[in-house]
Write a protein that binds this ligand. Structure first.
Ligand code: AMP
Length: 253
């Protein structure tokens, strides 16, 4: 099984099949860290396209599960979706179960970018054990950093396309036709957890549980800090130079 553009295995379930990875140059295996709204998802999409590895987001798994009928979901997944809608973190137990079911994606020869996982120390330790057991080595944990008031402004203006998942910003990256996706024309929406009350809860959760992860990865010599101010292209270029990626890498999507 491998992670490819359709991300079937990651988003659907452990039995799902992705496409076959093409002949790989060196696969990249990265963890992306950063407060909600810092632009991590945008960087993940750019990196995945450039490096050819799969963008694996636990948030995407929960959002995909929300589209299923409640009776088709496990009780753990229903509890996870309720927590997400309140802006709270999903329990470690549920998240780790979701990851364990998708361990094949971590073994994929094409590499991976983990976005939104790990989010707690317990999750980071579990990831380390899982990768050790699979004899897979993490290359780096990239931490995108931005002052908190800029984070809040970015989240408040974020709009997403429920059709093709494209992300816009009412000021920073507006669609050509206000309110509609440039790529597929679907009406844009604000994510439930981007509403102000949920944003406050998410930022508090981030400070309490996720920020300490930078120390975890720093201690292992894996932490790479990238200032997340400026345009997505500027942040992307900083990320590539920090990873030592200079020459264009074959796009495998
Ligand atoms: P994201 O798209 O990464 O911002 O995730 C959206 C929401 O999904 C979060 O606010 C959490 O409620 C939940 N979530 C995603 N990943 C995790 C995780 N690793 N641990 C706990 N909750 C998570």
């Amino acid at each position: 099984m491998s992670g490819r553009a359709d991300r079937a295995a990651w988003l659907v379930d452990p039995q799902a099949q992705c496409g076959t990875p093409p002949e790989a140059s060196r696969p990249h295996r990265l963890v992306l860290l950063g407060a909600p709204g810092v632009g991590k998802g945008t960087q993940a999409a750019l990196l995945a396209s450039r490096l050819g590895c799969c963008h694996l987001s636990t948030g995407d798994v929960f959002r995909a599960a929300r589209l299923q009928a409640p009776c088709d979901r496990t009780p753990a997944l229903n509890a996870a979706i309720s927590a997400m809608e309140r802006g709270e973190l999903v329990s470690d137990e549920t998240v780790l179960q979701i990851i364990a079911e998708r361990a094949g994606c971590l073994r994929c020869a094409g590499g991976f970018l983990l976005d939104g996982f790990p989010r707690t120390l317990a999750q980071a330790q579990a990831l380390e054990e899982l990768l050790d057991a699979e004899h897979v080595r993490l290359d780096a944990a990239i931490s995108y950093e931005l002052p908190m008031q800029l984070v809040v402004a970015r989240i408040a203006g974020r709009r997403v396309c429920p059709g093709c998942k494209a992300v816009f910003h009412v000021q920073g990256q507006p669609p050509r036709r206000a309110g509609y996706c440039d790529a597929c024309g679907t009406a844009l929406v604000q994510r439930d957890d981007d509403h102000p009350r949920a944003v406050r809860v998410r930022l508090q959760a981030y400070q309490r549980t996720t920020a300490p992860l930078t120390h975890f990865f720093e201690h292992r010599g894996l932490l790479r800090v990238v200032p997340a101010d400026g345009s997505p292209e500027e942040v992307f270029s900083r990320t590539l130079s920090l990873l030592g990626v200079r020459e264009p890498v074959t796009v495998r999507r």
